[in-house]
Design a protein around this ligand. Sequence first.
Ligand code: ATP
Ligand code: MG
Ligand code: MG
Length: 140
Amino acid sequence: VFRKILVAVDGSEHADRALQKAIELIQALSSQPSLTAVHVNPVMMVAEPPLGIDVDAKLNEEGHEMTEPYRQVLDPTGIQYDINYQTGDPATIICDLANSQNYDLIVMGTRGMSKMSELFLGSVSHKVIQHANCPVLTVK
Ligand code: ATP
Ligand code: MG
Ligand code: MG
């Protein structure tokens, strides 16, 4: 039974379609699953930030702005949802979240923001399919 569904979003049209599919799926299910939209900012700290810059606050603000369009899509659906914004390696964070919080399904795009259109499957999807403990639905 699907109770908790995790949707990985990166701002791409593929991720938009993945979110749309997840919404349709949830609305068709009688188990009334909740949805978490997760976005991972793949930041790497290479140097000390300039003095007076609050890196955490800036990242939080960026995360809020980045995920705002997803709130706008989800609010009118009435689906119980939350937004999870983190920094780090996207595939690792998505899998750790899904595995530790016992999500029943991950929904994501086959590809994302990268322009390498000859690839059938992006590297984040590839890694998540390999390492997640739950089924993964990839949306073209
Ligand atoms: P690349 O391997 O070069 O990044 P790509 O960008 O085309 O190629 P992926 O990054 O694997 O492909 O994107 C596939 C899907 O993975 C996206 O549609 C999205 O669902 C998810 N995804 C990718 N990056 C992130 C991220 N930073 N945070 C959350 N989900 C992501
Ligand atoms: Mg990508
Ligand atoms: Mg990438």
